[in-house]
Design a protein around this ligand. Structure first.
Ligand SMILES: NC(=O)c1ccc[n+]([C@@H]2O[C@H](COP(=O)([O-])OP(=O)(O)OC[C@H]3O[C@@H](n4cnc5c(N)ncnc54)[C@H](O)[C@@H]3O)[C@@H](O)[C@H]2O)c1
Length: 665
C-alpha cells in the first residue's frame, strides 16, 4: 500500500503483525504502576474499544503485558510501517490544505529526529505526548485526510472524538490536553488517568503539534542571556569578556552555551554527567571541555584577557565552581542554574562532594540520605551565590525551582519580608518586563513545502519587515527589535533546523501580523508554498503559570487561568486553523494552563483577514491583562495600541498612592 492509502485506511482492516521496536530506540521511562486490578481491567476495556471484537482475544493479553511492562498501553503493534517525518504538504492525502498542514505538523512531532521517545509518541520533556497510543494517531490521520473545510475535528487528550459539522471560518481542529476537574489535578492523578487511557500530558507544544526541535529553546535562552547582561551592565557596554556561570547540559539546559556564544560572552556550564557534557561537545553546542578546577580557572582567565567569546563545559559540580571562583576573586557578571530541581530527589540535582556514580547509588539504595545531601548542597550552593552577589553578581532563577528547593532546604535565599526570594526569576526580571509586557513572544513558522529555499525566503521577508518596523519603533522596544533582526540574520548560520523547515523569533503584535501578511502575499505570488504559523505557549497571553510565565503579575491574579482560557476561545473564532489548551507544561501537572494555535497561510484573502484579526487578539489579550495588573511596560504597550486601533477599548487601572494604604489595617 502507498503512504496515502495507509493514511486513508486508519485502523487497518487486518491485524498487523506484532511489533519489534528497534533496539536503539530511546524509550520512555517505565511509568508508575498505579492502577488496582479493577482499574487495570478498565484500562484494557478502554484500549480495546478502538478495535473490532474478533481481535480482542489476541490484543487483551498483549495490552495487559504493555501495561505491566511500561505502565501504559501504547499499542505498539499499530505503529505504522512508513517512515515518520514531515513530508512536503502535497504528499498528504487531504481534501483541504489546512488538514494536510496539520498532518505534516503531527508527523514532524513524531519524527525520531525531533521526538524524544518516538515509540511512545512522546515529543519532549519526558512526558509531552502527541497521542496516548497508536490507534489515536491512525484515526486522527484518517479523519484529517477525509475532512472537508466545513467540519471540525474535536480531540480529547489525543483521542479524536470525531468530525462535527462547522463552517469554513471555524478551526479545523480543537485540541484539549489534560483538562481535569481541578480537584483531580495532582501529579498522581495524571499517572492514574493517563494509565486508564483517558487523559494525557501535552506539555506545551507537543500536544498541539507545534514543537520544532531545539531551535526554540536556543532562541529563548539567547534572549534571556542577552537581556540579563543588559540588566547588569552599564548602557553601551557589551558582554565581551564577561562571565555567565550556570549548570546543566541536559535536554533544555544544553542550549545555554550556544546561547551564550550568540550573546557574545564567556559561558561556563557545569555538568556532573560526563556523557551529557561530551554529547553537547560533539554536537558543537559547547566549545571546550574541562574536567578539573585548576584548568578551568586558567582557561577562564585566558578567555577574559583575550576577551574571547567561548563556552566551556566543566565536568563536575557547579557548587565547586561558585566556591573556587570566590577564592580566586573571579568576578561572575551573570549567574543562573538549570539543574532539574523540579525533580530534586531522583537525579535532577547532584549534591556537591559526592561522585556522580555514588549519588546514583544513593538515589536507588539510600534515598533519605540522598535527600539530606541534596539539601546540604543547596545550602552551600546558595551561600556561595550570596557571597558573589555581595560583590555584584546578577543571579536569576531560570524556572527550574532552584530558589524554591533551596528555600525548602533552609538556604539563605529569602528576602527581608520572608515572603519573596532574594533573587528574581527570569520572567520577573527579564522576559516579563522586557518582552511579554510589550507583547514580544516566540512566534514561529514552518514552510510546508519542506524546501530549505522557502525557509531562506521567509527569513529574508521577516528581516525586511522587522527592519521596516524598527525605523518607527519607540525607544522602549528598539533593543528587542534589534536582537531579533540580528537573530534572523544569523539564523541560517546557526544551523538549528531539525525536522521541518521551521524558524522562530520574538515579535510583538505588529511584528507578528506584518510578517504573517508578507508571508501570505509571498504564498499568493507563488514565491513559496503555504506556511504554518504558530508559537510556543511560553508567551505573552497563552500561558497562566504563577512561577513562570505569569510570575511578574503582582495583583494576586497569577493563580488564575482566565487569560489562557480567553486566549484559546478568542483565537478559535478569530481565524486559527487549530487551537489547543493544556494542563501542565514545563512546570508540572496542575501548575499551569497553556494554550496555543496553528494557522495556515494559504495565500488567500481569507487567510489575510484571519491573521490580522487573530494575531492582534492573541498578543493584546495578554498585554491587556498585564496592564490591568499595573505592569508599567504593559500599560505603555496597551495605551499605544489603543491609539493605533480605535476599535480596541481596554479597561485601565487607576493607580493608588502607597501612603493611603499604610495605616488602613
Ligand atoms: N525557564 C525556561 O525557559 C526553562 C527552559 C528549559 C528548562 N527549564 C528548567 O530547567 C531545568 C533543566 O531542564 P533540562 O531539560 O535541561 O533537564 P535535564 O535533566 O536534561 O538537565 C539538567 C542537567 O543538570 C545536571 N546537573 C544536576 N545537578 C548538577 C550539579 N549540581 N552540578 C552540575 N550539573 C548538574 C544533570 O546531570 C543534567 O544533565 C528543568 O527544571 C526545566 O524545567 C526552564
Amino acid at each position: 500500500m502507498t503512504f496515502q492509502e495507509l493514511i486513508l485506511q486508519g485502523i487497518p482492516s487486518e491485524l498487523p503483525p506484532q511489533y519489534n521496536y528497534p533496539q536503539d530506540a530511546n524509550r520512555a521511562p517505565k511509568r508508575k504502576d498505579i492502577l488496582n486490578k479493577e482499574e487495570k481491567q478498565l484500562a484494557i476495556r478502554n484500549a480495546l474499544r478502538y478495535f473490532p471484537k474478533q481481535w480482542h482475544e489476541i490484543l487483551a493479553p498483549e495490552f495487559a503485558q504493555e501495561l505491566n511492562d511500561f505502565g501504559r498501553i501504547y499499542m505498539y503493534r499499530f505503529k505504522p510501517t512508513y517512515k515518520m517525518y514531515a513530508r512536503g504538504i502535497e504528499e498528504y492525502p487531504a481534501r483541504t490544505v489546512h488538514a494536510a498542514a496539520i498532518m505534516l505538523m503531527i508527523q514532524n512531532n513524531l519524527d525520531p529526529a525531533v521526538a524524544q521517545h518516538p515509540e511512545e509518541l512522546i515529543t519532549y520533556g519526558g512526558n509531552g505526548a502527541v497521542f496516548q497510543n497508536w490507534a489515536q494517531y491512525l484515526l486522527t490521520m484518517q479523519y484529517l485526510a477525509t475532512m472537508t473545510d466545513e467540519q471540525t475535528l474535536h480531540m480529547y487528550s489525543g483521542h479524536p472524538m470525531g468530525l462535527f459539522p462547522s463552517s469554513k471560518n471555524a478551526p479545523r481542529v480543537i485540541v484539549t490536553n489534560g483538562m481535569m476537574i481541578p480537584n483531580y489535578s495532582k501529579p498522581d492523578d495524571w499517572e492514574k488517568f493517563n494509565a486508564l487511557g483517558v487523559t494525557q500530558y501535552g506539555q506545551m507544544t507537543a500536544g498541539s503539534f507545534m514543537y520544532i526541535g531545539p531551535q526554540g529553546i536556543v532562541h529563548g535562552t539567547t534572549i534571556t542571556v542577552m537581556n540579563a547582561f543588559r540588566k547588569k551592565l552599564p548602557k553601551g557596554e557589551t558582554p565581551e569578556g564577561k562571565i555567565f556561570l550556570t549548570a546543566g547540559l541536559g535536554g533544555m539546559s544544553g542550549a545555554q552555551p550556544k546561547a551564550g556564544n550568540i550573546a557574545g560572552c564567556i559561558t561556563i556550564a557545569a555538568e556532573v554527567n560526563k556523557k551529557a557534557a561530551k554529547k553537547r561537545h560533539e554536537q558543537g553546542w559547547v566549545d571546550v571541555l574541562v574536567d578539573n578546577l585548576n584548568d578551568l580557572v586558567l582557561r577562564v582567565k585566558t578567555a577574559q584577557e583575550n576577551k574571547e567569546v567561548v563556552s566551556i563545559a566543566y565536568i563536575g559540580n557547579v557548587v565547586d565552581i561558585w566556591e573556587r571562583f570566590y577564592e580566586e576573586d573571579i568576578f561572575i557578571h551573570v549567574g543562573s542554574d538549570q539543574t532539574s530541581l523540579h525533580i530534586p530527589w531522583t537525579g535532577g540535582y547532584y549534591p556537591v562532594g559526592i561522585s556522580y556514580e555514588e549519588s546514583n547509588r544513593l538515589i536507588r539504595e539510600e534515598p533519605e540520605i540522598f535527600k539530606e545531601k541534596v539539601q546540604e548542597s543547596l545550602r552551600r550552593h546558595a551561600e556561595a551565590i550570596n557571597k558573589h552577589a555581595e560583590r555584584g553578581t546578577y543571579f536569576f532563577d531560570y524556572g527550574n525551582a532552584f530558589l524554591l528547593e533551596a528555600s525548602r532546604a533552609g538556604a539563605d535565599v529569602m528576602a527581608d519580608n520572608n515572603i519573596d526570594f532574594k533573587y528574581p526569576s527570569y520572567v520577573q526580571d527579564i522576559l516579563g518586563p522586557m518582552c511579554f509586557d510589550y507583547g514580544f513572544g516566540p512566534f514561529r513558522w514552518v514552510c510546508t513545502s519542506g524546501k530549505p529555499e522557502d525557509l531562506d525566503k521567509t527569513d529574508e521577508i521577516a528581516m525586511t519587515v522587522l527592519q521596516e518596523i524598527m525605523k518607527h519603533s519607540p525607544e522602549e522596544i528598539q533593543l528587542q527589535m534589534q536582537d531579533n533582526i540580528t537573530w534572523i540574520k544569523d539564523a541560517k548560520k546557526n544551523k538549528m533546523v531539525v525536522g521541518s523547515q521551521a524558524r522562530i523569533l520574538y515579535a510583538d503584535a505588529e511584528g507578528r501580523a506584518k510578517i504573517a501578511e508578507a508571508f501570505n502575499n509571498a504564498v499568493a505570488a507563488g514565491q513559496i508554498g503555504p506556511v504554518v504559523l504558530g508559537r510556543d505557549h511560553h508567551d505573552v497571553s497563552g500561558t497562566d503559570s504563577p512561577y513562570r510565565e505569569t510570575s511578574n503579575i503582582y495583583d494576586g491574579s497569577k493563580f488564575t487561568a482566565d487569560m489562557a482560557i480567553h486566549n484559546v476561545i478568542g483565537d478559535s473564532f478569530r481565524g486559527a486553523t487549530w487551537v489547543s489548551i493544556h494542563n501542565g507544561g514545563g512546570v508540572g501537572w496542575g501548575e499551569v494552563m497553556n494554550g496555543g494555535f496553528g494557522m495556515v497561510l494559504d495565500g488567500t484573502p481569507e487567510a489575510e483577514a484571519k491573521l490580522k484579526n487573530m494575531l492582534f487578539f492573541d498578543v493584546n489579550n495578554g498585554i491587556a491583562r498585564r496592564s490591568w495588573a499595573r505592569n508599567d511596560e504593559a500599560l505603555f504597550a496597551i495605551k499605544r495600541e489603543m491609539e493605533r486601533t480605535p476599535n480596541l477599548s481596554v479597561t485601565m487601572p487607576n493607580l493608588v498612592e502607597d501612603d493611603l494604604l499604610e495605616n488602613l489595617f
